[in-house]
Design a protein around this ligand. Sequence first.
Ligand code: GRF
Length: 202
Amino acid sequence: CNVVVLISGSGSNLQALIDSQAEDNPARIRAVISNRADAFGLTRAQDAGIPTAVLDHKAFDGRDSFDAALMEVIDEHAPDLVILAGFMRILTPGFVRHYQGRLLNIHPSLLPKYKGLDTHRRALEAGDSEHGCSVHFVTEELDGGPVAIQAALAVEPGENIEQLTQRVHAAEHQIYPLAMRWFAEGRLRLAEQGAMLDDVNL
Ligand code: GRF
């Protein structure tokens, strides 16, 4: 299963995916693409011997031309799966359709709660007793595609935003490699009713 990972920043999720390859994950990350030249995730990829590319969205005159160029770079690697790992760009419907059923994202909330930004602050302000993260297939609705796996954490009394953010981030690093593995093994797919898991033994 050929995987291309898109990033914009630190790439700690990318690192978790890379590390899982050294264990029993059959997925193979063939390239890492960033829209920012200073993304630390590029260094992580290079350290792991994975080819990288930078495509600066500011060099394009709009989302359509950026996404068209991005698709070209991605498709050079013939991916079975494209993984968004902290890729901070909204993708066009054309892009999303092109990768339908093979495009995953991770979002730091228990979807459908808290789509969009600032999820940890919103969960704390709402006094939620539970918070977490979700891996989902990407559809045209922002953070609205079918969920494949979630990790839920109990919010601890008096916990501050840094602590909660850090714990959710650690949970992301657990579930994203799992979703990548399930997809590579043909057990996770996007069906008409939503995300489906076939025959999963943990
Ligand atoms: C994560 O919080 C993820 O949920 C969100 O972007 C962040 C990426 O973090 N989509 P990192 O670059 O993987 O450390």
